[in-house]
Design a protein around this ligand. Structure first.
Ligand code: ADP
Ligand code: MG
Length: 318
């Protein structure tokens, strides 16, 4: 299939390089030189048409998001991203779409100094599978199992925009551009994740909804949490698009696709956490605390217990 080789040649011409890429695209596999004394951190995530993005999503946005969700996983580990691969499944040989998908991948890759070092190109339903590789100081990866009772619970950025956009889109509403951008072009909190390495006791990125993802931390750490649902940070655009308080709380607590970092740290490190976040220009908000008793309790500003009507997004559910 010469269209495949044309495409690979175009990808290769655009992929760029860095000194630690001994051999990039063009051989049977890439050869990478890890920084001395660092541990490698590897993740992979797939975006499938019809499952992971609205069908009117621009190809460049799909490309961006395919890398963003992976950089978000590396950020949640406190890792510095370095390299990625891209496995592309394309329904046809349309070069314009293939190039636009790549535009999005490479735009975000360039922002973070990440180099595309290989991949695979096949015919099939539209799907992008990225593998991202980063590195971390030995023993400093931010894991899900390190949270302790008494730790503060934090979240970066704002929650609920992407879920509000997806909800509006699926209802056929006009979705404000600011919200749609949060759905289509999530911002992986790369610099924050690396800055929290050595400070946070546990971290996870919020992809399936805050409460669902926090649940994984609780399970891994064997503790519980209290969440102040009215302390969840919201963008300026969210209340306009979603005036109902109850719906807003549900979208923020359980909506998903936020790609913010949810992390824990001892109260003694409160100022250090704030300084680290300020140093990388990312807002962080304290949204609760970790407790010894297992389970997840949510409270409103008035002190009442609050139950989310919606669970997080789960594949193969129902
Ligand atoms: P092989 O048959 O040995 O697997 P391929 O023809 O699949 O080789 O790929 C040739 C080269 O192009 C390899 O270096 C591979 O990593 C790279 N490559 C193929 N598809 C992509 C892609 N979508 N993105 C980046 N690199 C790719
Ligand atoms: Mg191959």
């Amino acid at each position: 299939m010469s269209a495949e080789f044309d495409l690979i040649a175009r990808i290769r011409a655009r992929a760029g390089g860095r000194a630690d890429v001994v051999l990039g695209i063009g051989d049977d596999a890439a050869v990478l030189q890890p920084p001395p004394g660092r541990q490698l951190v590897v993740c992979t995530d797939t975006l499938n048409a019809g499952v992971h993005f609205p069908d009117d999503t621009a190809p460049a946005d799909i490309g961006w998001k395919a890398l963003a969700v992976n950089l978000s996983d590396l950020a949640a580990m406190g890792a510095v991203p370095a390299w990625c691969t891209l496995s592309l499944s394309l329904p046809d040989a349309d070069p314009a779409r293939a190039d636009a998908l790549l535009d999005g991948v490479l735009e975000l890759a360039t922002l973070h100094g990440v180099v595309l070092v290989g991949g695979d190109t096949t015919r099939g339903p539209l799907s992008l599978c990225v593998t991202a590789i980063g590195h971390v100081a030995p023993g400093h990866a931010l894991r899900r199992d390190g949270a302790g009772a008494g730790d503060d619970l934090w979240v970066s950025g704002t929650l609920g925009d992407a879920a509000a956009a997806l909800r509006g889109w699926s209802q056929g509403d006009a979705v404000p551009a600011a919200l749609r951008a949060r759905l289509d072009r999530p911002t992986p909190r790369v610099a924050l994740g690396a800055a929290l390495s050595g400070l946070a006791s546990a971290a996870i990125d919020v992809s399936d909804g805050l409460l669902a993802d926090l649940g994984h931390v609780l399970e891994a750490s064997g503790i519980g949490a209290e969440v102040d649902v009215d302390a969840l940070p919201a963008s300026a655009a969210l209340p306009d698009a979603c005036p109902g308080l109850e719906l807003r709380r549900a979208l923020q607590a359980s909506g998903g696709d936020d790609y913010e970092l949810c992390f824990t740290a001892p109260p003694a490190l409160r100022e250090a956490v704030q300084a680290a976040a300020q140093g990388v220009g990312t807002m962080v908000t304290r949204i609760g605390r970790m407790v010894a008793d297992r389970g997840l309790q949510c409270r409103t500003a008035g002190g009442e217990q609050w139950e989310s009507a919606r669970a997080g997004y789960e594949h193969f559910a129902g």
